[in-house]
Design a protein. Structure first.
Length: 243
């Protein structure tokens, strides 16, 4: 079982809890406002004044908790990835590897869709802010280790070697990242959105490709629906005509 959370909604729930008052509630209000502004107009255009206006708090209150817009963004991103680590899908040992992979891919895609502004901030700011780069590296390492634990349960990875397995996980993970950014983030590619179709279809195709890359074989056909025709792909034999 896995949980999909909208991080701003999660903070809102904490803020409205009866036990959350005073400075803690103020900090949460500021973070909720900042998350909205990270979504649009984004980190670079966001100002402390806008955060305070949206949170309906005085500017002085902001500086009781954070010393800059970078500081509040770092706090948000660090807590966001920590929560993801807590809510990641449990590896079901009695399920087929393909089922666990599909559950994981679907969870990553759904979390991305619910928190597009934060996901975009993580990747974009990692290029210029070392602290964000460190958060992003820890997060990607957690995701990679989760996939590694999944496949080590069923595959003989020791014969392959840690480095090659690690590179393969990185590459298949990048496949999912690129699809999510191209279909859901700011600079969307409309043609790829059309090809991806429904979220369920995109998740199934990516899961099939992950399984093939990691196992060098197709998953059992009964696990597939919309992507099942891919199982029929075969190399053409010289001199034959495709029917």
């Amino acid at each position: 079982m896995s949980l999909i959370i909208n991080f701003a909604g999660y903070l809102q729930g904490k803020m409205t809890a009866r036990s959350t008052t005073g400075p803690v509630a103020s900090a949460l209000k500021l973070e909720i406002a900042a998350i909205s502004l990270l979504e649009s107009p984004g980190f670079h255009a966001m100002t402390i004044e806008e955060i305070c206006t949206k949170a309906k708090l005085a500017k002085g209150t902001f500086y009781l908790h954070f010393d800059s817009k970078q500081a509040i963004t770092l706090s948000i991103l660090a807590d966001f990835v920590k929560l993801q680590a807590r809510l990641a899908p449990v590896i079901e040992r009695d399920q087929h590897l393909f089922e666990n992979l599909r559950t994981f891919v679907g969870w990553v895609a759904a979390v991305f869709q619910e928190n597009i502004g934060l996901q975009r901030s993580l990747t974009q700011l990692a290029d210029t802010i070392p602290e964000v780069a460190a958060i992003w590296e820890r997060h990607t390492m957690f995701l990679a280790n989760h996939v590694r634990a999944m496949i080590e349960h069923e595959l003989q990875t020791k014969k392959v070697g840690d480095d090659l397995i690690g590179l393969t996980i990185y590459l298949v993970g990048n496949m999912l990242d690129q699809l999510l950014y191209a279909t859901q983030a700011v600079h969307r590619q409309s043609d790829l959105e059309r090809l991806a179709g429904s979220a369920e279809h995109a998740v199934e195709v990516v899961s099939l490709l992950w399984y093939r890359a990691l196992c060098a074989e197709n998953p059992p056909a009964h696990f597939l629906q919309s992507s099942a025709p891919l199982l029929a792909l075969k190399r053409k034999v010289a001199g034959t005509v495709e029917s």
